[in-house]
Design a protein around this ligand. Structure first.
Ligand code: PDD
Length: 278
């Protein structure tokens, strides 16, 4: 299995990172996770443009890279590893420097790493839906940056796992923000509601696809924050991400959503999403 590290494709057994890497010491870096469907890289431009945006927001210099160049790397990595269906993880850290909080010398090169894995779409969950729990959103105020610092997300997801749930839906003072690794939608009276894409959530690429699909289907897509009470009383609830796609949530904590079955609007969105990735 090949990985991509420091501008080279090498066998994964040869991939080494320094103990002084700022990603390792400080979580000082950014990442993307991109899906491969049928050998094609899905929404690659959108993901790499977001990577460049995250880099800019944290002052990480990516001038040696370009969106097109990175798309080529992604394609080559998928091809070398024969990934037909699966995903590619890409991370960039601020580089290797003696551990000290201020940014290192400007000559410090970012450390770029990418690996691939093969797996199928989560067909069973997409058909039957999953359970979610709700947790306090204890994260920082720049959740729009796809940062390597995921401790708040990891703690939330672990709590979900401990409660036999697939996702933790986070809220700040009752206002639903997003999932630990997904965006969240509540559907009520034929309209889709989701938190606006501001500093409190990651503007998901799947969210953008869902917005477009909803517009094509003429289903109102309302980017307005809603609270836990609204979530609990929604007709349908969805979480979305590169890995879980358009995932129905049929139970939140101990409460069934609607009649506890996957709803009609969710099914419509899933059908359009399937067409979109073809
Ligand atoms: N996570 N919000 C958070 C906090 C996320 O971590 C993710 C994705 C999303 C959805 O973004 P997108 O649709 O672009 O995948 C929203 C990825 C899958 C991960 O951490 O692996």
């Amino acid at each position: 299995t090949y990985i991509f590290i420091n501008d080279e494709f090498v066998d994964e057994s040869k991939g080494q990172v320094s103990f002084s890497d700022r990603g390792y010491n400080f979580g000082d870096g950014i990442y993307e996770y991109i899906r491969i469907y049928d050998g094609e890289v899905f929404t690659a431009h959108e993901h790499y443009e977001r990577l460049f945006r995250s880099a800019k927001e944290i002052g990480l210099n990516l001038e040696d890279y370009s969106v097109e160049g990175l798309i080529d790397v992604t394609k080559e990595l998928a091809a070398k590893n024969n990934v037909v269906n699966g995903g590619i993880y890409i991370q960039v850290t601020r580089g290797v420097a003696p551990r000290n909080h201020p940014f290192p010398d400007a000559s410090t090169k970012p450390v770029f790493t990418a690996f691939s894995k093969s797996y199928d779409r989560p067909y069973e969950e997409l058909e039957n839906g999953v359970k979610a729990i709700t947790v306090d959103d204890i994260r920082w105020l720049r959740c729009d940056i796809k940062s390597l610092n995921l401790l708040g997300n990891v703690l939330a997801k672990e709590k979900a796992t401990q409660n036999d749930a697939a996702e933790a839906i986070m809220h700040r003072d009752q206002t639903v923000t997003e999932g630990s690794s997904s965006n969240v939608y509540a559907i009520k009276n034929g309209k889709i509601y989701t938190h606006p894409a501001n500093n409190l959530i990651l503007n998901g690429i799947t969210r953008r696809v869902i917005k477009k699909i909803a517009q094509d289907l003429e289903i109102p897509f309302i980017e307005e924050a809603f609270n836990l009470d609204f979530l609990n009383n929604a007709d349908e609830v969805i979480v979305s991400s590169t890995s879980v796609e358009v995932m129905p949530v049929v139970q939140v904590n101990d409460r069934k959503i609607g009649d506890g079955k996957v709803g009609q609007i969710t099914k419509q969105l899933q059908k359009s999403f399937d067409n979109y990735i073809e």
